[in-house]
Design a protein around this ligand. Structure first.
Ligand code: FAD
Length: 433
C-alpha cells in the first residue's frame, strides 16, 4: 500500500480483515500517517480529525507495518515494489492543485489553496512559505469546502485559533493579519456550489467575522430555480443558509466574509505582486458558466486559488494526465496493481467516501488473489533494500513517539497537539522512542 491517508488505511483494514492470510506494508513519504486528515482537514475541526482513531486500530492489527519517510519514486521504485510484493495498491492522493490558466496566476501573492492549507497544518514541505496577510482584502477563488476552510481560517479570532493545532507561525500571522474582507468567488450560482451545509452554516457563527451576501446574488434564473426544487436536501440547506445571511446587516466584526456568485477571474493584476483581480460576470447556460462582457477590477493583495486538487503521476505507473488519476476499473489497474482514494477517482468526496472506494479496490485484489492471477514476486525485502540505500524508515513506533511528543507539547496549552513541522524535528522525535 503506498500512501497512508484515509484510502490507504481503509484499504489496509479491508485486507487485514479479509479471510485470506494477508500482511500489509503501508509506505508513506512523510514521517507521519493520516494524509489529509492530519495535513488538510481544518485545524478548527478536531472532531473530523478524530477519524484517525479508526486508523490506529488498523495499525494495531497483526500483519500491519508502517514505513514512514519512504517515498515511492525517491527511495524505492515502482518496479522494485512490483518485485517485492504480491500486489501494490497506490493510495497517494492528489498532491498538487489545478491551475486557473489566467494571466498573473504566478504573481507573488497568488497562492494555491493547497499551499496555504499545507502551511497552516504544519506540512514539513511548506513551512518556508511566507504569506503576506497585511492587505485589506483577500480573494478566495472557488466554491467548495476547501475554499470555505481557507476563508474561515483567515477569519478566526485569536480565541478561536488558540485551542487548535494550527502551527504557531500561522496563528501569529492570522492574528496579526490586516485583512478586513475575504471575498469568496464562485463561477456558478448558489445552487451549483460544491460546498456542504455544515461548512456554509459555520460561516454564520464566526466570532470575528460577519458574513455578507447581497440578496441580488441569490436571484435565481428559471433553470436554477428548477434545479433547486429537484435538488438533494443538502443543496436546499446551503441555499437556506445563504438566504438567511442575505437578511443580515453586518454587526461591525473586525472581518467580513463576502460571497460572490457567477463570476470568474480573468486576470490577476499587479506590478511584481498581486494588486487586484479582474472578474467577469457569468451567466448559466445549460448549467455551465459562460462569460458575459461585464468585467470588474477589484483591488486585493492576496489571492487563494481553490479550484481543485490534482493527482501527480509516479514514474513507471500508468497515469491519465487529463484526469490526474491512475487509469483503473473499480480500482484494478492490472492484476497485482491497484489504486484507491483520490488517485483512483479524483479529488472529491469526504473521508468516508474513501472507505467504500478502498473496499471496492480490495475486493478486486482479493478476487485476483483467489483466482491465482497475482504475478509471482521475487526475492528480497523492503527493509534490506532501504538499509542498502541508507533510508531511515519511520516505523509505527517512531510515529507513536512523534505523536506523544506533539500531544505532550500541546497539553499544557489546552491544544490537542503542537505539531512538529520540520523534517529534522519529526525524524529526531521518531528516533526518540
Ligand atoms: P490523502 O489523504 O491525500 O493521502 C495520500 C497520502 O499519500 C499522503 O499521506 C501522502 O503524503 C502520501 N504519498 C503521496 N505520494 C507518495 C509517494 N510517492 N510515496 C509514498 N507516499 C506518498 N473530508 C472530510 O470528510 N471532512 C473534512 O473536513 C475534509 N476537509 C478537507 C480539507 C482539505 C483542505 C482537503 C484537501 C480535503 C478535505 N477532506 C475532508 C477530504 C479528505 O481529506 C479526502 O477525501 C481524503 O484525504 C483523500 O484520501 P486519500 O487517501 O486518497 O489521499
Amino acid at each position: 500500500m503506498v500512501g497512508s491517508g484515509p484510502a490507504g488505511f481503509y484499504a489496509a483494514s479491508a485486507l487485514l480483515t479479509s479471510d485470506l492470510p494477508v500482511e500489509v506494508d503501508l509506505l508513506e513519504r512523510l514521517p507521519t500517517p493520516w494524509g489529509l486528515v492530519r495535513l488538510g482537514v481544518a485545524p478548527d475541526h478536531p472532531n473530523i480529525k478524530a477519524v484517525s482513531r479508526a486508523f490506529e486500530k488498523t495499525a494495531a492489527q497483526p500483519g500491519f507495518r508502517f514505513f514512514g519517510n519512504v517515498e515511492v519514486g525517491r527511495d524505492v521504485t515502482h518496479d522494485e515494489l512490483r518485485r517485492l510484493y504480491d500486489a501494490v495498491v497506490y493510495s497517494v492522493g492528489a498532491q498538487t492543485d489545478r491551475q486557473l490558466g489566467i494571466p498573473g496566476e504566478e504573481l507573488p501573492g497568488s497562492w494555491a489553496a493547497t499551499e496555504f492549507v499545507a502551511w497552516y497544518n504544519g506540512h514539513p514541505d511548506f513551512q518556508e512559505l511566507e504569506f503576506d496577510l497585511s492587505h485589506e482584502r483577500a480573494v478566495v477563488i472557488g466554491n467548495g469546502n476547501v475554499a470555505l476552510d481557507v476563508a474561515r481560517m483567515l477569519a478566526l479570532t485569536p480565541e478561536e485559533l488558540a485551542p487548535t493545532d494550527t502551527t504557531d507561525a500561522a496563528i501569529a500571522a492570522i492574528n496579526e493579519a490586516g485583512i478586513r474582507e475575504i471575498l469568496v468567488v464562485g463561477r456558478r450560482g448558489p445552487v451549483q456550489a460544491a460546498w456542504t451545509p455544515v461548512e456554509v452554516g459555520e460561516l454564520g457563527e464566526l466570532g470575528g467575522a460577519d458574513i455578507v451576501v447581497d440578496p441580488a446574488q441569490l436571484e435565481l434564473d428559471a433553470a436554477s430555480t428548477a434545479e433547486l426544487e429537484a435538488a438533494p436536501p443538502t443543496v436546499k440547506r446551503n441555499v437556506e443558509h445563504l438566504r438567511e445571511y442575505a437578511t443580515r446587516t453586518p454587526t461591525g466584526k473586525p472581518r467580513q466574509i463576502v460571497l460572490r456568485f457567477l463570476a470568474s477571474p480573468v486576470a490577476i493584476l499587479g506590478d511584481g505582486k498581486v494588486e487586484a483581480i479582474e472578474l467577469v460576470r457569468n451567466e448559466l447556460v445549460d448549467g455551465r458558466a459562460v462569460a458575459t462582457d461585464e468585467r470588474e477590477t477589484i483591488p486585493c493583495g492576496i489571492v487563494f486559488r481553490s479550484v481543485g486538487y490534482r493527482g501527480v503521476g509516479l514514474p513507471g505507473v500508468p497515469f491519465d494526465e487529463r484526469a490526474g488519476t491512475i487509469p483503473n476499473e473499480g480500482g484494478r489497474v492490472a492484476p497485482g496493481l491497484y489504486a484507491a482514494g483520490w488517485i483512483k477517482r479524483g479529488p472529491s468526496g469526504v473521508i468516508g467516501t474513501n472507505k467504500k472506494d478502498a473496499t471496492e479496490t480490495v475486493g478486486l485484489l482479493l478476487e485476483d488473489a483467489r483466482a491465482g492471477k497475482l504475478p509471482s514476486r521475487g526475492d528480497g525485502t523492503l527493509e534490506s533494500l532501504l538499509a542498502e540505500r541508507g533510508t531511515e524508515a519511520v516505523m509505527y513506533g517512531g510515529w507513536e513517539a512523534i505523536d506523544r511528543a506533539e500531544k505532550a507539547a500541546g497539553e499544557p496549552h489546552g491544544r490537542p497537539r503542537i505539531k512538529l513541522c520540520s523534517w529534522d524535528a519529526l525524524l529526531a522525535a521518531a528516533r526518540d522512542r
